[in-house]
Design a protein around this ligand. Structure first.
Ligand SMILES: [Zn+2]
Length: 410
């Protein structure tokens, strides 16, 4: 009851301005589509410079001893710092959470939500925030791909890009010049420049390095691990190795779906607790990597808990479904889930459209949805409620097979 009251209060606070947009989205899939010709302003989302300023401001105002802000790496082209905001120690018996956003540079809402969360954790004296800080360690990497997060001006409109900006450099790894690039290296739709999809660049062996001995693994395929060739993936990997989290959350965006065959509400969020099959064993350098039963159970509890939290009261965020089944050991989620971390893919609607549009009207609401889901996860781990969830809820109750829908204006 207390939780319900809390949610209602949070929503009352957040929704005073966004009301009309979400009222429309309750019915048929006629949600807050952007209109033809309507300008999209990506300036309203943080770029790498804004993030830097914002984090410094928060650090200045943080309560004594709460937050440590560190640089864990630099982006491939422009060498922007990649930050981690640390709340709590790695050496603890408390549950440990690693939250990462914007591995895809055009998926900016997660970073906005993460900054709001960092600010609350650093500065608020609210009882629930103190409960989280006392009972959970949480390390947050906002904007893992800062190069991709920069605005690109195009004839079709502004854009940010999914990939990083990086050439394939076989000589860097002591390979011959004709060694094929990893399969996930290519041209980004936004800039026309070469880069990696950083979210395919992970290997379950966290110490993996490309060299002459393993060059036969190139170019690889989607159902196999990646190669840790991007500094962005290596920065994430370093945070994972230092923290050894119980739970890894990766925030992404997606295009539009309805909830399920039987529920035609516009889907605002898809979750998934598993991105690698249980019987998929990756053997490398004398080690076997596989999803463990224990971490999979916690993954299902966390995903179910968030689903349930978003259904409460008159929540405008109830249109949640499961992400389609995938088998991707080369993603951050995949690789980390094969290293005993529970996982949650938190994929909100609001992907930028390749012709330069983004669902501007609804983006504020979607950032709030992210904030609430992430906040509830931390609170549920802190007060132990997550561990009481029946993991079977995940398999039995969260809607699956969301049909994709086209944009009615196009
Ligand atoms: Zn993504």
């Amino acid at each position: 009851m207390k939780k319900l009251l809390y949610l209602v209060m949070v929503m009352a606070l957040f929704f005073t301005t966004a009301m009309p947009a979400f009222a429309e989205s309750q019915s048929k899939p006629n949600g807050p589509w952007i209109q033809p010709g309507q300008e999209t302003k990506l300036e309203r989302f943080m770029d790498p410079e804004d993030l830097h300023k914002k984090l410094e401001q928060i650090e200045d105002r943080a309560r004594e001893g709460r937050m440590e802000l560190e640089v864990v790496g630099h982006s491939a082209r422009d060498e922007y710092p990649i930050y981690v905001a640390k709340f709590g120690e790695a050496d603890t018996d408390n549950p440990k959470v690693f939250l990462q956003t914007q591995i895809h540079g055009d998926e900016q809402g997660g970073t906005e939500a993460a900054i709001d969360l960092i600010q609350q954790l650093a500065t608020s004296n609210n009882q629930d925030i103190r409960t989280i800080l006392d009972n959970v360690t949480v390390w947050i990497v906002p904007m893992l791909n800062p190069d991709g997060a920069q605005i690109i001006e195009r004839e079709e409109g502004q854009a940010k890009q999914r990939r990083n900006f990086q050439e394939w450099t076989p000589e860097e790894w002591g390979l011959s010049a004709d060694a094929p690039a990893p399969w996930y290296h290519g041209t980004d739709w936004a800039s026309g420049e070469l880069g990696y999809d950083v979210n395919r660049d992970f290997h379950p062996d966290l110490s993996f390095e490309l060299n002459e001995e393993n060059t036969d693994l190139l170019p690889g395929v989607g159902s196999e691990p990646g190669f840790f060739v991007s500094p962005e993936a290596r920065a994430s990997r370093d945070v994972f190795e230092e923290l050894q989290p119980d739970l890894f959350i990766d925030h992404h965006h997606r295009y539009s779906n309805t909830v399920s065959e039987d529920d035609d509400r516009l889907n605002t969020l898809q979750l998934i607790a598993q991105v690698v099959d249980e019987d998929n064993v990756v053997s490398y350098d004398g080690q076997d990597y596989q999803v463990s039963e224990e971490s999979l159970e916690l993954s299902k509890q966390v995903n179910s808990y968030v689903y349930q939290a978003l259904q409460k009261g008159n929540s405008p965020f109830g249109a949640v479904s499961r992400y389609p089944d995938v088998n991707l050991p080369g993603t951050a989620l995949g690789s980390y889930s094969m290293n005993d971390a529970a996982i949650m893919l938190y994929e909100t609607r609001g992907q930028q459209h390749p012709n330069g549009h983004t669902g501007q009207k609804s983006s504020g609401m979607l950032i709030k949805q992210s904030y609430i889901g992430l906040y509830e996860t931390l609170l549920g781990l802190a007060n132990g409620e997550v561990f009481e969830v029946d993991p079977a809820f995940y398999d039995n109750e969260i809607p699956t097979d969301s049909p994709s829908i086209g944009r009615p204006n196009n």
